[in-house]
Design a binder for this molecule. Structure first.
Ligand SMILES: O=C(O)C(=O)C[C@H](O)C(=O)CO
Ligand SMILES: [Zn+2]
Length: 279
Protein backbone atom coordinates (compact mmCIF):
# COMPACT_ATOMS: atom_id res chain seq x y z
CA UNK A 1 0.00 0.00 0.00
CA UNK A 2 1.26 3.49 -0.89
CA UNK A 3 1.49 5.50 2.39
CA UNK A 4 -0.97 8.31 3.07
CA UNK A 5 0.74 11.70 2.60
CA UNK A 6 -0.47 14.37 5.05
CA UNK A 7 -1.06 18.07 4.25
CA UNK A 8 -1.02 20.36 7.32
CA UNK A 9 -3.06 23.55 7.52
CA UNK A 10 -1.54 27.03 6.98
CA UNK A 11 -2.17 30.39 8.67
CA UNK A 12 -2.98 33.26 6.23
CA UNK A 13 -0.37 35.54 7.85
CA UNK A 14 2.35 32.90 7.24
CA UNK A 15 1.12 32.37 3.67
CA UNK A 16 2.02 36.00 2.77
CA UNK A 17 5.74 35.11 3.04
CA UNK A 18 5.66 31.88 1.02
CA UNK A 19 7.71 31.57 -2.17
CA UNK A 20 6.62 29.53 -5.20
CA UNK A 21 8.16 26.25 -4.00
CA UNK A 22 6.59 26.55 -0.54
CA UNK A 23 3.15 27.35 -1.95
CA UNK A 24 3.37 24.31 -4.22
CA UNK A 25 4.53 21.99 -1.42
CA UNK A 26 1.73 23.10 0.97
CA UNK A 27 -1.27 23.12 -1.40
CA UNK A 28 -0.61 21.36 -4.71
CA UNK A 29 -1.36 17.64 -5.15
CA UNK A 30 0.32 16.49 -8.36
CA UNK A 31 1.46 13.29 -10.11
CA UNK A 32 -1.03 11.14 -8.18
CA UNK A 33 -2.93 9.63 -11.13
CA UNK A 34 -0.84 6.55 -11.90
CA UNK A 35 -1.89 3.33 -13.71
CA UNK A 36 -2.82 0.47 -11.40
CA UNK A 37 -2.75 2.53 -8.19
CA UNK A 38 -4.94 4.18 -5.58
CA UNK A 39 -3.26 7.27 -4.10
CA UNK A 40 -4.74 9.26 -1.22
CA UNK A 41 -3.70 12.47 0.55
CA UNK A 42 -4.97 13.30 4.06
CA UNK A 43 -5.50 17.04 4.55
CA UNK A 44 -5.98 18.77 7.89
CA UNK A 45 -8.58 21.00 6.21
CA UNK A 46 -11.75 19.51 7.72
CA UNK A 47 -9.89 16.15 7.55
CA UNK A 48 -10.76 15.87 3.88
CA UNK A 49 -9.01 13.01 2.04
CA UNK A 50 -8.28 13.66 -1.65
CA UNK A 51 -7.71 10.51 -3.70
CA UNK A 52 -7.21 9.06 -7.15
CA UNK A 53 -7.73 5.56 -8.56
CA UNK A 54 -6.70 4.46 -12.04
CA UNK A 55 -7.49 0.75 -12.49
CA UNK A 56 -6.21 -0.90 -15.66
CA UNK A 57 -6.39 -4.72 -15.99
CA UNK A 58 -7.20 -5.61 -12.39
CA UNK A 59 -9.54 -4.29 -9.70
CA UNK A 60 -8.12 -1.91 -7.11
CA UNK A 61 -9.16 -1.87 -3.44
CA UNK A 62 -9.61 1.36 -1.49
CA UNK A 63 -7.00 0.67 1.22
CA UNK A 64 -7.50 1.01 4.96
CA UNK A 65 -4.65 3.36 5.87
CA UNK A 66 -3.10 2.87 9.35
CA UNK A 67 -3.39 6.67 9.93
CA UNK A 68 -7.20 6.29 10.13
CA UNK A 69 -7.03 3.90 13.12
CA UNK A 70 -10.20 2.32 11.72
CA UNK A 71 -11.32 -1.22 10.92
CA UNK A 72 -11.87 -0.12 7.31
CA UNK A 73 -11.64 3.15 5.31
CA UNK A 74 -15.35 4.06 5.52
CA UNK A 75 -15.89 2.98 9.15
CA UNK A 76 -16.29 6.66 10.16
CA UNK A 77 -16.20 8.32 6.72
CA UNK A 78 -18.25 8.96 3.58
CA UNK A 79 -16.85 9.26 0.05
CA UNK A 80 -17.77 10.92 -3.25
CA UNK A 81 -16.32 9.43 -6.45
CA UNK A 82 -16.39 11.03 -9.93
CA UNK A 83 -15.00 9.32 -13.03
CA UNK A 84 -13.17 11.65 -15.46
CA UNK A 85 -12.05 9.16 -18.14
CA UNK A 86 -13.04 5.75 -19.65
CA UNK A 87 -16.05 3.70 -18.54
CA UNK A 88 -15.59 2.25 -15.08
CA UNK A 89 -17.27 0.36 -12.27
CA UNK A 90 -17.18 0.81 -8.53
CA UNK A 91 -18.08 -2.18 -6.35
CA UNK A 92 -19.32 -1.25 -2.88
CA UNK A 93 -19.78 -4.22 -0.51
CA UNK A 94 -20.31 -6.47 -3.55
CA UNK A 95 -22.82 -4.22 -5.37
CA UNK A 96 -21.57 -3.05 -8.79
CA UNK A 97 -22.26 0.50 -9.99
CA UNK A 98 -21.50 1.54 -13.58
CA UNK A 99 -19.76 4.90 -13.34
CA UNK A 100 -19.19 6.53 -16.72
CA UNK A 101 -17.28 9.73 -17.41
CA UNK A 102 -18.71 12.59 -15.29
CA UNK A 103 -21.01 10.32 -13.24
CA UNK A 104 -20.81 10.57 -9.44
CA UNK A 105 -21.17 7.80 -6.87
CA UNK A 106 -21.69 8.65 -3.20
CA UNK A 107 -20.92 5.83 -0.75
CA UNK A 108 -22.12 6.13 2.83
CA UNK A 109 -20.40 5.44 6.12
CA UNK A 110 -20.20 1.76 7.11
CA UNK A 111 -19.43 0.31 3.66
CA UNK A 112 -16.66 -2.20 4.31
CA UNK A 113 -15.10 -2.68 0.87
CA UNK A 114 -14.80 -0.42 -2.18
CA UNK A 115 -13.19 -1.68 -5.40
CA UNK A 116 -12.47 0.24 -8.60
CA UNK A 117 -12.28 -1.29 -12.09
CA UNK A 118 -12.12 -0.16 -15.73
CA UNK A 119 -14.45 -1.65 -18.34
CA UNK A 120 -11.54 -1.65 -20.81
CA UNK A 121 -7.95 -1.55 -19.53
CA UNK A 122 -6.86 0.10 -22.79
CA UNK A 123 -9.14 3.09 -22.04
CA UNK A 124 -8.99 3.15 -18.24
CA UNK A 125 -11.30 4.99 -15.90
CA UNK A 126 -9.78 7.68 -13.67
CA UNK A 127 -11.69 8.08 -10.43
CA UNK A 128 -11.31 11.23 -8.31
CA UNK A 129 -12.20 10.67 -4.66
CA UNK A 130 -13.13 13.00 -1.82
CA UNK A 131 -13.77 11.58 1.64
CA UNK A 132 -14.83 13.42 4.81
CA UNK A 133 -15.58 12.22 8.34
CA UNK A 134 -19.24 11.14 8.73
CA UNK A 135 -21.49 10.71 11.77
CA UNK A 136 -24.45 8.96 10.07
CA UNK A 137 -25.08 6.63 7.16
CA UNK A 138 -26.69 8.09 4.05
CA UNK A 139 -27.63 5.77 1.16
CA UNK A 140 -25.08 4.90 -1.48
CA UNK A 141 -26.33 6.82 -4.54
CA UNK A 142 -25.26 6.98 -8.19
CA UNK A 143 -26.05 10.25 -9.97
CA UNK A 144 -25.31 10.46 -13.68
CA UNK A 145 -24.00 13.61 -15.32
CA UNK A 146 -27.33 13.95 -17.14
CA UNK A 147 -29.22 14.01 -13.81
CA UNK A 148 -26.96 16.53 -12.02
CA UNK A 149 -28.46 19.98 -11.29
CA UNK A 150 -26.99 22.42 -13.82
CA UNK A 151 -26.42 26.15 -13.49
CA UNK A 152 -24.84 28.19 -16.27
CA UNK A 153 -22.90 31.27 -15.20
CA UNK A 154 -20.76 34.00 -16.79
CA UNK A 155 -20.57 35.01 -20.43
CA UNK A 156 -18.30 34.70 -23.45
CA UNK A 157 -17.56 38.45 -23.30
CA UNK A 158 -15.88 38.04 -19.88
CA UNK A 159 -14.34 34.65 -20.84
CA UNK A 160 -16.04 32.92 -17.87
CA UNK A 161 -18.99 31.14 -19.54
CA UNK A 162 -19.35 27.83 -17.70
CA UNK A 163 -21.82 25.21 -16.50
CA UNK A 164 -21.78 24.11 -12.88
CA UNK A 165 -23.03 20.54 -12.23
CA UNK A 166 -24.07 19.88 -8.63
CA UNK A 167 -24.14 16.26 -7.44
CA UNK A 168 -23.72 16.01 -3.65
CA UNK A 169 -25.31 19.03 -1.94
CA UNK A 170 -28.23 20.16 0.21
CA UNK A 171 -30.89 19.58 -2.49
CA UNK A 172 -29.11 16.70 -4.28
CA UNK A 173 -27.42 13.46 -3.17
CA UNK A 174 -27.54 13.44 0.64
CA UNK A 175 -24.36 13.40 2.74
CA UNK A 176 -23.14 14.28 6.22
CA UNK A 177 -20.77 17.07 5.16
CA UNK A 178 -19.50 16.35 1.66
CA UNK A 179 -20.48 18.79 -1.12
CA UNK A 180 -19.26 17.88 -4.61
CA UNK A 181 -19.73 18.69 -8.27
CA UNK A 182 -17.95 19.76 -11.42
CA UNK A 183 -17.72 22.76 -13.69
CA UNK A 184 -17.22 22.69 -17.45
CA UNK A 185 -15.84 25.77 -19.21
CA UNK A 186 -17.54 26.57 -22.50
CA UNK A 187 -15.38 26.69 -25.64
CA UNK A 188 -13.35 29.92 -25.62
CA UNK A 189 -13.94 30.70 -21.93
CA UNK A 190 -10.99 30.31 -19.56
CA UNK A 191 -11.98 31.84 -16.19
CA UNK A 192 -13.52 29.81 -13.37
CA UNK A 193 -14.97 31.19 -10.16
CA UNK A 194 -14.54 34.77 -11.29
CA UNK A 195 -15.78 36.88 -9.49
CA UNK A 196 -14.03 35.09 -6.62
CA UNK A 197 -15.40 34.15 -3.24
CA UNK A 198 -14.38 32.65 0.08
CA UNK A 199 -16.40 30.52 2.54
CA UNK A 200 -14.95 30.49 6.03
CA UNK A 201 -17.32 27.65 6.92
CA UNK A 202 -15.95 25.15 4.38
CA UNK A 203 -12.59 24.16 2.93
CA UNK A 204 -12.51 23.37 -0.80
CA UNK A 205 -10.41 21.28 -3.19
CA UNK A 206 -10.24 21.64 -6.98
CA UNK A 207 -9.14 18.90 -9.40
CA UNK A 208 -8.49 20.05 -12.98
CA UNK A 209 -9.10 17.66 -15.88
CA UNK A 210 -9.65 17.74 -19.64
CA UNK A 211 -6.79 20.27 -19.80
CA UNK A 212 -5.45 19.81 -23.35
CA UNK A 213 -1.84 18.64 -23.84
CA UNK A 214 0.61 21.56 -23.64
CA UNK A 215 -1.82 23.86 -21.79
CA UNK A 216 -1.75 25.09 -18.16
CA UNK A 217 -4.09 26.34 -15.47
CA UNK A 218 -3.16 29.39 -13.40
CA UNK A 219 -4.94 28.75 -10.09
CA UNK A 220 -5.28 31.79 -7.82
CA UNK A 221 -5.35 31.54 -4.04
CA UNK A 222 -4.78 33.61 -0.89
CA UNK A 223 -6.90 36.24 0.81
CA UNK A 224 -8.62 38.49 -1.73
CA UNK A 225 -6.24 41.37 -1.02
CA UNK A 226 -3.09 39.17 -1.03
CA UNK A 227 -3.32 36.73 -3.95
CA UNK A 228 -0.76 34.29 -5.32
CA UNK A 229 -0.95 31.72 -8.09
CA UNK A 230 0.02 28.10 -8.71
CA UNK A 231 0.47 26.79 -12.24
CA UNK A 232 -1.21 23.42 -12.66
CA UNK A 233 -1.42 20.56 -15.17
CA UNK A 234 -4.11 18.11 -16.19
CA UNK A 235 -5.06 15.83 -13.23
CA UNK A 236 -3.51 18.15 -10.61
CA UNK A 237 -5.52 19.00 -7.48
CA UNK A 238 -5.15 21.91 -5.06
CA UNK A 239 -6.50 22.52 -1.58
CA UNK A 240 -8.08 25.82 -0.65
CA UNK A 241 -8.12 26.86 3.03
CA UNK A 242 -11.33 28.54 4.26
CA UNK A 243 -9.65 31.99 4.10
CA UNK A 244 -8.54 31.60 0.49
CA UNK A 245 -10.07 32.46 -2.84
CA UNK A 246 -10.01 29.60 -5.37
CA UNK A 247 -10.26 30.85 -8.95
CA UNK A 248 -8.49 29.77 -12.07
CA UNK A 249 -7.71 30.88 -15.58
CA UNK A 250 -6.50 28.46 -18.23
CA UNK A 251 -4.53 28.88 -21.41
CA UNK A 252 -7.51 26.98 -22.94
CA UNK A 253 -10.93 25.74 -21.84
CA UNK A 254 -10.96 22.85 -19.31
CA UNK A 255 -13.09 21.24 -16.59
CA UNK A 256 -12.63 20.77 -12.86
CA UNK A 257 -14.17 18.96 -9.91
CA UNK A 258 -14.83 21.02 -6.81
CA UNK A 259 -15.55 19.55 -3.41
CA UNK A 260 -16.01 20.85 0.10
CA UNK A 261 -16.48 19.79 3.70
CA UNK A 262 -17.15 21.75 6.87
CA UNK A 263 -19.89 23.56 8.70
CA UNK A 264 -22.76 23.27 6.22
CA UNK A 265 -23.91 21.74 2.90
CA UNK A 266 -25.17 24.99 1.38
CA UNK A 267 -23.46 25.57 -1.98
CA UNK A 268 -24.72 29.17 -2.04
CA UNK A 269 -23.12 30.07 1.31
CA UNK A 270 -20.25 32.14 -0.14
CA UNK A 271 -18.83 35.57 0.59
CA UNK A 272 -18.19 37.20 -2.80
CA UNK A 273 -15.20 39.46 -3.44
CA UNK A 274 -15.60 42.21 -6.04
CA UNK A 275 -13.16 41.92 -8.95
CA UNK A 276 -12.09 45.51 -8.27
CA UNK A 277 -11.07 44.57 -4.69
CA UNK A 278 -8.68 41.77 -5.73
CA UNK A 279 -5.00 42.49 -5.15
O1 LIG B 1 -16.88 28.07 -11.68
C1 LIG B 1 -17.29 28.28 -10.53
O2 LIG B 1 -17.72 29.39 -10.16
C2 LIG B 1 -17.27 27.17 -9.58
O3 LIG B 1 -17.28 26.02 -9.97
C3 LIG B 1 -17.24 27.51 -8.13
C4 LIG B 1 -17.10 26.29 -7.22
O4 LIG B 1 -18.17 25.45 -7.42
C5 LIG B 1 -16.98 26.74 -5.81
O5 LIG B 1 -16.04 27.40 -5.49
C6 LIG B 1 -18.02 26.36 -4.85
O6 LIG B 1 -17.75 26.92 -3.59
ZN1 LIG C 1 -15.90 27.92 -3.34
Amino acid sequence: MIPLKVIQSVHPEDFKRYDTATIRSRFLIDNQVQPGTVNCIYTHYDRMIVGFAKPTDTQLLLPNYPNLRAEYFLERREIGIINVAGDGVVIADGITYNVQKLDCLYIGKGTKTVHFASKNGEEPAVFYLLSAPAHATYPTTLLTHADAVKVTLGSASTANHRTINKYIHLEGTKSCQLVMGLTILHEGSVWNTMPSHVHDRRMEAYFYFDVPEGQKIFHYMGEGNETRHITMNNYDAVVSPPWSIHSGSGTSSYSFIWGMAGENLDYTDMDPIAITDLR
